[in-house]
Design a protein around this ligand. Structure first.
Ligand SMILES: Cc1cc2nc3c(=O)[nH]c(=O)nc-3n(C[C@H](O)[C@H](O)[C@H](O)COP(=O)(O)O)c2cc1C
Length: 197
């Protein structure tokens, strides 16, 4: 049985949630990172392929490396946030179908090992898993600051060398401050963004 979430929950997840640019010193524990992943992993993906791979960057060396590969005003945010997670996707995600779809593993491996299919499927579902991460983080009381302004090839070299994992976007996590908070920008209305067919 599912029920509609109350207004407080909808505000926390969507209506009042903001993208943060400033961060307090309040840390994010290992236990909370694990709790976050343990929600994210349940978000649906094509054939349960679960292509996203996450690197939780929080060491001073890791933050400095990631900041050095980021653009414009993004480095300061990475250095200030307790954690910045790199959301990547494994182009060889099909190798895990024995675990992820045991009833149809061979069929899924064949289908999702074709390079062009693997690439678009990993990107599509890895992006979805990144979105689940933003909402799961908010559900756990964390703030988020997603960013795509960085050198993807450089991040792949620094964090995913020797693997089949490609970076997609990064996301600061922690407890946000109002520092450099932009005014909330409008969203498209239903009439502007939607049609009924
Ligand atoms: C995938 C993605 C990439 C983004 N890249 C950047 C970025 O590189 N730098 C930045 O300052 N903000 C970046 N943003 C933040 C967006 O501008 C922000 O989420 C949007 O304006 C909505 O802000 P709000 O949640 O406060 O309403 C990015 C957001 C997303 C989801």
């Amino acid at each position: 049985m599912t029920t509609k979430l109350d207004n407080a929950a909808l505000n926390q997840l969507f209506i009042e949630a903001r993208t943060r640019n400033g961060w307090t010193d309040k840390p994010v524990s290992d236990a909370l990172i694990h709790e976050l992943y343990d929600l994210v992993k349940f978000g649906p993906t094509s054939a349960n392929g679960s292509p996203a791979r996450f690197v939780w960057v929080r060491s001073p060396e890791g933050k400095a490396k990631l900041a050095s590969l980021s653009m414009a005003t993004n480095p300061a945010k990475i250095l200030a946030a307790p954690v910045t997670v790199i959301i990547g996707h494994d182009l060889a995600f099909a190798e895990k179908f024995d675990t992820l779809f045991p009833a149809r593993a061979e069929m899924m491996k064949t289908m999702f090992s074709v390079p062009a299919v693997a690439e678009i499927t990993a990107f599509r579902n890895g992006t979805l898993q990144g979105a689940y991460l933003i909402l799961a983080a908010r559900a756990l009381g964390l703030d988020t600051g997603p960013m795509s302004g960085f050198d993807n090839a450089g991040v792949d070299e620094a964090f995913f060398a020797g693997t089949t994992i490609k970076s997609n976007f990064i996301c600061c996590l922690g407890y946000g401050s109002d520092e450099n908070l932009f005014p909330r920008n409008p969203r498209l209305s239903f009439e502007e963004a939607c049609s009924l067919a």
